[in-house]
Design a protein around this ligand. Structure first.
Ligand SMILES: [Zn+2]
Length: 300
C-alpha cells in the first residue's frame, strides 16, 4: 500500500526501505532536524527517480512529524511510490497523554485504522508499521508500543520496521514482537549497521529477521568500507536474502540541495563500490529489488 493507493509487488522496482521525507527531530537536532518543505522534498525526490529508484519507504512514525497529505502530493508530483509508516517512535517522542489514556489494544487499533482506513480523514493509508523505536533499553511505554505494533501486524499483515540503533537491542525487540505472535520474516531490524558486530548481524538473520543496513550515508571511506564488510559477511554466511539497504535521510543538511548525499548516494555511489567488492549484478538486484519487495509484501 502506497500513499497513492495499492501497487503490485512486481512494480515496486528499486526500493529505499528506510528513509524520511518529512521529519521533525527538533527535540534533538534543532533546526537541522526539521524537514517540512514540500517543494524541496519534490526536488530531492525527483533525483531518486532520475537515479532509477521507484519506491521509497517513509518510516516516519508517531511523534516525529509524519505528513500523510504532503506525502501523497509529493508522490503524485514525482511519480515515486511512497510507502508511509505508522506506530510510534522512541520514548522522548511518544505522546505521553495518549499512552496514559489508551490500552495497548487501543493503540494497536489506531495503527490498524491507519493501515485499513487512513490517517485521520486524509484517506492516506500506511503501508508499514514503523519505525517502532527504543534506545539502549526498551522502556515500559515502548514495550507497549512494540506489543501494539505486533498486534496490528497480526491483524493487517503489514510488515514491522524497527529502530535499533547503536546498541544490539534488535534481539529484545524480536523477543517482544515474537512473543505476541509476529512472524520474524516480516520484521525489519533497522540501523543494524550502527552496531559494529558481525556476529550480531548473523544472529538476527538466523532468527529469520531482516537485517537492515540503513546508515549508508557516505560519511567517510572508512564507513563505506565497513558497510561493505558487513554486507559481504552476511552474504558469505548465506544470508544475502535477509539484507536490506537504505540511507535513513533525516537531517536537512543531508539533502543534495545543501551539499549532502541526498537520497541517491546508495544508487549512484555505493552500488559501484559493491560491484568493485565482487558482488554480481544479480546479487545487487536482490538487495535493491527482490529483498525489499519480499520484506514489504511477504511474498517469496
Ligand atoms: Zn531510526
Amino acid at each position: 500500500m502506497t500513499v497513492t493507493g495499492p501497487v503490485e509487488g512486481q512494480n515496486l522496482g528499486v526500493v529505499l526501505p528506510h528513509e524520511h521525507v518529512f521529519f521533525n527531530h527538533m527535540l534533538e537536532y534543532r533546526g537541522d532536524g526539521l524537514m517540512q518543505d514540500e517543494r524541496l522534498a519534490v526536488i530531492e525526490l525527483e533525483r531518486v527517480v532520475g537515479a532509477g529508484g521507484r519506491t521509497l519507504v517513509d518510516v516516519t512514525s508517531g511523534g516525529i512529524g509524519r505528513e500523510p497529505e504532503k506525502l501523497r502530493r509529493v508522490a503524485q508530483a514525482t511519480g515515486l511510490n511512497i510507502v508511509m509508516g505508522s506506530g510510534w517512535y522512541r520514548h522522548p517522542f511518544l505522546d505521553r497523554a495518549y499512552f496514559d489514556t489508551h490500552s495497548t489494544d487501543e493503540i494497536a487499533a489506531d495503527i490498524v485504522r491507519d493501515i485499513e482506513v487512513g490517517v485521520g480523514d486524509s484517506g492516506v493509508r500506511a503501508g508499514i508499521i514503523g519505525e517502532i523505536a527504543c534506545d539502549q533499553v526498551i522502556t515500559a511505554a515502548e514495550e507497549r508500543s512494540f506489543r501494539a505494533a505486533a498486534r496490528a501486524h497480526l491483524r493487517t499483515g503489514a510488515t514491522i520496521s524497527t529502530h535499533a540503533a547503536r546498541w544490539p537491542i534488535g534481539h529484545a525487540q524480536l523477543d517482544i514482537l515474537c512473543q505476541e505472535g509476529a512472524d520474524p520474516r516480516r520484521i525489519i531490524i533497522g540501523h543494524s549497521d550502527s552496531v559494529h558486530d558481525t556476529d550480531y548481524h548473523v544472529s538476527l538473520a538466523e532468527r529469520g529477521a531482516w537485517v537492515e543496513f540503513d546508515n549508508i550515508d557516505g560519511q567517510s571511506a572508512y564507513d563505506n568500507a565497513l558497510e561493505i564488510e558487513f554486507i559481504l559477511n552476511l552474504v558469505r554466511a548465506g544470508h544475502l536474502g535477509r539484507i536490506l539497504l537504505s540511507q535513513d535521510i533525516c537531517l536537512r543538511s543531508q539533502f543534495a540541495t545543501y551539499g549532502g548525499i541526498g537520497y541517491t548516494f546508495l544508487l549512484t555511489d555505493f552500488v559501484p563500490m559493491l560491484r568493485n567488492a565482487g558482488l554480481a549484478d544479480e546479487q545487487i538486484a536482490i538487495l535493491l529489488e527482490d529483498n525489499p519487495r519480499r520484506g514489504l509484501t511477504g511474498d517469496d
